[in-house]
Design a protein around this ligand. Sequence first.
Ligand code: ASP
Length: 349
Amino acid sequence: MTTISTTPRRPGAAALLTIALTAACAGQAAEAPPTVLVIHGGAGTITRTEMTAEREAAYRAKLTEALETGHQILAAGGAGLDAVEATIRVMEDSPLFNAGKGAVFTAAGRNELDASIMDGASGKAGAVAGVTTVKNPISAARAVMEKTWHVLLAADGADAFAAQAGLETVEPGYFFTQRRWDALQKRRTGDGLEPLPAPAAAARTSPAGPAYGTVGALALDAKGQLAAGTSTGGMTNKRYGRVGDSPIIGAGTWADQRCATSGTGEGEYFIRLGVARDVCARLAYLELSLAEAADQVIHGALSKAGGTGGVIALDAGGNVAMRFNTEGMYRGWIGTDGVAHVSIYGDEE
Ligand code: ASP
């Protein structure tokens, strides 16, 4: 029997879902682990007053499409890695998210994209940073993992590798969207040399639209194996060459045999705190529940350090935690029954 429980709602805080498995009855083998997919589409100042009904509907529809795409793979017995990659590609191809097509601009007016992927069963990982011509950076990250002995390739070398690996490439202009360009003009404060807190705080309160929109996906497949991936355009007005947490294994993405995580928020904090790994380490070393571990890292360590953002987490038992210290986080999950659950605001489950 599968049971689902939800924590009390805490506006502006987080949502938690627990899918607990129990044996069907005494004397029988426990049910197989559920297949579960969890996603985020970025955390930040996402409030009802700043959202139009049309825009909200578009986000919910695309998050649902992403979940259903990954679920189809898991339901057919496919690998978690395939589900994570396919799910993230749906969001990368949408201008709604700050990843792939909808990536934000650097202070220099370019798009530099970061992504990473990790396979919990083998511990292998791959990542790309600062790519400018790869249509789907998550696939480039996977190619780094599977076709090289490296973990992270950056800039020109990563672009050249992706082309050589046969991945779809685009002209840099493919990533232009008016909305992200306008957001850059409103936030442009110079050459990107100013300290982080100023532009980051401005970004959080700017009427120009969400500063965030990074995407992430976690999967638990029918074999009980976990996978995680994250993809982003980074932060609006970032200095060119800046690399955030999303392609850094242990900061923005983590997966091991028990736990998988993907983060979104002010990457510099996520790197310094090793957020993605910290959640799973607390689960392993302190024997906390997934929810407690995610809580400690987001509402404890991250908030204490002054950073904002959120994390999605999934464990091998199918427990799901989605924690954030911002007003909202685009997020959702889908279990074995194939029903997509999508939330945006802090007062939703
Ligand atoms: N974490 C990403 C970065 O710092 C941005 C985000 O999640 O919105 O590059």
